[in-house]
Design a protein around this ligand. Structure first.
Ligand SMILES: Cc1cc2nc3c(=O)[nH]c(=O)nc-3n(C[C@H](O)[C@H](O)[C@H](O)COP(=O)(O)OP(=O)(O)OC[C@H]3O[C@@H](n4cnc5c(N)ncnc54)[C@H](O)[C@@H]3O)c2cc1C
Length: 389
C-alpha cells in the first residue's frame, strides 16, 4: 500500500523552471559540474544571503531556488556546521576586514573546520557564569581555564572561545570573544565518548595559552553581545525534516518501514505510531508557516521557538516508538524498528540508523538550549510573561 499524499495547504509559490535566477545557477553549474568547496565559496553559493563577496545578498526566494538547483545537480555544500552556521555569521557581524578575509574563505570552503568553546563544567544554561580567564599580555592574550562538551574540537583548526577579561565587572559585562587556533601550545583536548559509542565531544583545557591580540572579535569585554549573535544563529531550517535536529529518519520513514513489514499487530504500538505521525504533521505545518513567513519577509518569531521546543521532544518520541516496535530486538545495537513481530528475518530490521538515533536522541533536549530554557524563551519572549526571578 502506498503512503497517501498529505497536502499541508501552504503554497510557497516558487518561480518556475524558466526563471532567470535559476538559469544563472544552471549556467554556473554547467561551467563547474563538480565544484570544489572553494569554487562554491567564491561564487557565493555556500551562504547566498550573506553580503558580497562572501555571499550574493540573495533574498529568501532566490536562496530556495539556489538550494533546489544545487540539489538537482547533486552538488553538496561544504560540511562545517559550527564554522558556517555560528562562527561565520558572528565574524560577518563584528569581524574586522582583515579577520573576515583571513578566516571566512577557508571557513566557507570547508578547508578549515571550526568548533565552539563556550560551555564549562559550571556554565551551561547559565553561560555567563563562565570562569575561563583571558589576560592581556603585550600583543597577546593568555587563556587559562576549562571548556566541556566541545563538538569536534579534536578535528577543528579554529575554535570560538568565550573568556572573562574583566573579573571585576558585572557577570555579562566582562566577557570577550576570541578565535583560537586549536593547535596552540597549552591546549589539551581530551575525548568524551557519548552513549552511541562515538567520539564527538571533548573536554578542552587551557594552560597559559597565548593567542595574538588580533584574534579578539569585536570590543574587549563586549563578548556577551556576540555570544548572543552566535547562539541566535541556529538558523530557521528551510530544508531537512529529520527527527534528529533536522537530520536522520522522520516519522514518515518509520511509518513506511512498518507498512513495508505488513503493519504492527499490537494496538498500543499502533496508537503510539499514529501519535508521533500526527506530531510530525503539526511540525511540518509549523515549518512551512515559518518558511512562508520568511519568504514574505516577516521574521519567523513565535513559530521558531515553539517549533524547536516541540521538535526536540518529537525526535525522542520517534526514536522511542521505533525502539518499542523492535521488541526484544531493541536491546541489540544495529536493530531497526521492525523485527519484534516479523522475526529477525526482516532485512530492514538490521539498520543502525535507528538504534544509534535512539541513543543519540536524549541530546536533543539538552544541546542548543535545554527543553527548560526553550520554555523560558517561549514564556518570556512569545507569551510576554514576567521574567523568572
Ligand atoms: C549534542 C550536543 C552538542 C554540544 N556541543 C557543544 C559545543 O560544541 N560547544 C559548547 O560549548 N557546548 C556544547 N554543548 C553543551 C550545551 O551547550 C550544554 O549542554 C547546554 O547549554 C546545557 O548546559 P549543561 O549541560 O551545563 O546543563 P545545565 O545547564 O547544568 O542544566 C542541567 C539541567 O538543569 C536544567 N536547568 C538549568 N537551569 C535551569 C533553570 N534556570 N530553570 C529550570 N531548569 C534549569 C536544564 O534544563 C537541564 O535539564 C553541546 C551539548 C550537546 C547535547
Amino acid at each position: 500500500m502506498q503512503r497517501a499524499a498529505y497536502a499541508p495547504g501552504v503554497d510557497l509559490g516558487l518561480p518556475g523552471q524558466d526563471d532567470p535566477r535559476r538559469a544563472e545557477v544552471r549556467q554556473w553549474l554547467a561551467a563547474h559540474p563538480r565544484p570544489s568547496g572553494r569554487q562554491l565559496a567564491e561564487a557565493g553559493y555556500v551562504v547566498p544571503h550573506w553580503a558580497p563577496p562572501f555571499g550574493r545578498d540573495a533574498d529568501p526566494l532566490t536562496q530556495l531556488m539556489i538550494d533546489e538547483e544545487l540539489r538537482a545537480a547533486g552538488v553538496h555544500r561544504p560540511i562545517n556546521p559550527i564554522g558556517i552556521g555560528w562562527a561565520g555569521p558572528t565574524l560577518m557581524y563584528a569581524g574586522g576586514d582583515e579577520q573576515k578575509e583571513r578566516w571566512l574563505w577557508p571557513l566557507l570552503s570547508g578547508e578549515e573546520f571550526w568548533c565552539q568553546l563556550f560551555s564549562e563544567p559550571g556554565a551551561g544554561s547559565d553561560l555567563a557564569a563562565l570562569t575561563t580567564r583571558a589576560e592581556r599580555d603585550g600583543d597577546h592574550y593568555v587563556i587559562n581555564g576549562q571548556k566541556v562538551w566541545n563538538s569536534y574540537a579534536h578535528i577543528a583548526k579554529w575554535g570560538i572561545v568565550l573568556a572573562r577579561t574583566d573579573p571585576a565587572a558585572a557577570k555579562h559585562q566582562g566577557i570577550s570573544y576570541f578565535v583560537c587556533p586549536m593547535d596552540a601550545a597549552g591546549i589539551e583536548i581530551r575525548p568524551l565518548i557519548d552513549m552511541t559509542g562515538e567520539h564527538a565531544f571533548n573536554e578542552v583545557f587551557f594552560t597559559d595559552v597565548r593567542i595574538p591580540a588580533d584574534h579578539l572579535i569585536g570590543a574587549e569585554h563586549g563578548g556577551w553581545e556576540l555570544a548572543k549573535v552566535t547562539l541566535g544563529n541556529e538558523r530557521v531550517s528551510l530544508s531537512g525534516e529529520g527527527s534528529l535536529w533536522g537530520m536522520g529518519p522522520t516519522a514518515d520513514d518509520l511509518v513506511d518501514l512498518v507498512r513495508a513489514a505488513g503493519g504492527a499487530p499490537d494496538p498500543s504500538v499502533r496508537d503510539a505510531l499514529v501519535s508521533v505521525w500526527m506530531e510530525s504533521q503539526i511540525l511540518r505545518v509549523l515549518r512551512l508557516r515559518m518558511v512562508s513567513a520568511v519568504l514574505a519577509g516577516r521574521a519567523p518569531g513565535a513559530e521558531a521557538s515553539v517549533r524547536k521546543a516541540i521538535a526536540d521532544a518529537h525526535g525522542q518520541h520517534v526514536m522511542g516508538v521505533a525502539r518499542d516496535l523492535a521488541g526484544a530486538f531493541g536491546m541489540l545495537a544495529g536493530t531497526g524498528p521492525v523485527g519484534g513481530w516479523g522475526g529477525g528475518a526482516v532485512a530492514i530490521g538490521a539498520d543502525a540508523t535507528w538504534s544509534r538515533g535512539f541513543l543519540y536522541s536524549p541530546a536533543l533536549t539538552v544541546g542548543g538550549g535545554t527543553a527548560e530554557v526553550q520554555r523560558y524563551i517561549v514564556a518570556e519572549k512569545v507569551l510576554g510573561l514576567p521574567r523568572d526571578p
